[in-house]
Design a protein around this ligand. Sequence first.
Ligand code: TZP
Ligand code: MG
Length: 283
Amino acid sequence: MHLEVVGIGDPPLPKGASQLVLQLLAETLTPEEAEAIQQAVAEMRRIDWEIWEQTEGELEPVMRESWRGRLKGLYVITDPQLGGGHLTGARAALQGGARIIQLRDKAATTRQLIEYAQALRALTRDYDALLIINDRLDVAMAVGADGVHLGQDDMPVPLARRVAGDALIIGVSAETVEEAIRAESEGADYLGVGPMFATATKPDAGTPVGPERLRQIKQRVNIPVFGIGGITLENAEQVLQAGADGICVISAVLGAPDPTEAAHHFAQMLCRRCKRHDDPGEM
Ligand code: TZP
Ligand code: MG
């Protein structure tokens, strides 16, 4: 009996299917035929693996480049206490024009986080927006989020990269120029620099570093930089003037009487700035 591999199958056979087929045919196959089928299956697996290895190497840089263009604009971090909770708040922010949503909840159990993250994954897909998970690389990977955001006390970037590979955005909080340069050299995809101004949302955020720090950091790194902390519609222009690629907010959007309207004002401000710089980006 001669068997030739003609395709991998569409849809592919479920895992273990070849064993099942062999069991079903066990009484009708000669040992030589069974051996030939086993070899054909092994060959298919080898071809499958080769294709995976080749395309993975080619696709990842392309994927990373496509994110670069999306790491800008209005970035809203959800809060369980603000804007009606994670889902309602995120929906309002997206309706107003947010392009990136981060799930941040320091009190939730892992199971709750997974549930929020899964719901936010579906929602952000509807709006073609990015989903980033704060702190938890495992949750980000489990729900197919676009990325994870890590602080200076969280998992070191090289280790996160080792676990996640290139197919995940890694954002890093940086307060100083040194932290920013290190994060970029370790493989961070974007930075959150702050706190820009005093904020009550994160009591341990530290002394404000101001837009000037963001300007210094922008001069030293090539990855996108977001200003964060105490940003309002009144002071956001200072952060943009300092060179921010986007702004990251919680209370100014989710604590507003109408979060969609607040997000819309921020998005318009960012959009006007893009037009001034002849940037065809949508935000
Ligand atoms: N990281 C630095 S400041 C901050 C975080 C999460 C809080 C930002 O919240 P707000 O309400 O926009 O100041
Ligand atoms: Mg953190």
